[in-house]
Every structure is written in structure tokens, then in C-alpha cells.
Write a new protein. Sequence first.
Length: 202
Amino acid sequence: MIRFILIMFVILFGAGCANIDKPYPERAYYQFEVSYSGHAGTPVKDTILGVKRLSVSPGSQGLEFIYRTGEFKFHSDFYNQFFRPPGALITEAVTRWFVASGEFEDVLGQLSQAFPNYVIEGNVVKLYGDYRNSSTPSAVMEIQFFLLKLTDDTDEPIVVTSNTYSIEKPISSKDPNALMLGWNQALEEILGEFLKDIENNL
């Protein structure tokens, strides 16, 4: 009986040591980085732009990356996450992109106390990796953007332009780095289309 107890103790102790020594993957954190590839134009006169923090649909507002693996099946990735909430990161990326575009005389930061006469609002409708077909993964992004004009003549802002922009960007693999690169490219394309609409209506 004593020998049996000693054997079981050695087995359990060994298993415990194995679990302690088992390496666990570290979490990786990502953020949006976009660049304006065009030439900065002449700013439209008397235009001061503010960018409100974008809202994000409930299914995509968490930190964890979301993957679509079936028609109605999604799951989150605990080990690959956004550095901060995606709405905040995308808002900052949009602000930097419009500063580089030169479309407006001034683009206000989130902490600015100045008053804009144009405001961008938006809602991130979709933000996930589409892995339903393992041979053709894609980065999916859909954003609804509004450009509003604020005037002293009315309490209600005037909608200058609004549209929903949707991109499914093919990516090289299911690797999180490839997915983040795809999202960055998708955001750049969406902002390019949004700017065209602004230029046609401003």
C-alpha cells in the first residue's frame, strides 16, 4: 500500500511539473497604421475638421481579433488583440490620414478645444477575418461615414455626404500579421473613396 502511494505521488508530482514547464503563447497586440499615398492638395478655404470617435458594432468592439469560420460561426482570438479598443485606434488613424491629405485647412485632434465647422462621424459595421475558405482568407472591413457641416444658422448639422464603404481584402494567410496588414490596406482604400465623395460635395 505504501509503495502504491509513493508511485502515485511520483506520477502526480511529475505531471504537475510538466504543466508548470509547459510554454504558453504570449499575447500579441496590434494597431492601425495607414498612410496617405496621394499628393496633398490645396485645402478648401475656411474648413476646420473634427473627427468624432467612431462607434463599432457590438460584434467587433472588443479587443480580441474576430474570425469568421462558418456561415453563422465566429470566434475570438485571445492571443491576438488590438492594443486599444478598435474604435479609438481607427479614429486616430482617420485623423492622421486626413491631416496628410491636405483637404482641410486644419484637422483637430481629440483633445482640441477649438470648434470645427465640419465633422466626420462613422460606424464600423464589420471588422473580422473571413476564414470560411482556408485557401482564400480575407480581411473584411465595412464602415459607414458621414461628413457633417456645422453652421450658426441651424442647430441641426447639414449632411454633406454619407456612404457605406465595404472592402474584402484578400490576404496571404491566416496569420494575424497578414490580417492586420489587410485591415490597414482596406482602411486606406475606404478613406480614399470617402475623400472622393467629400471632394465631389464639399
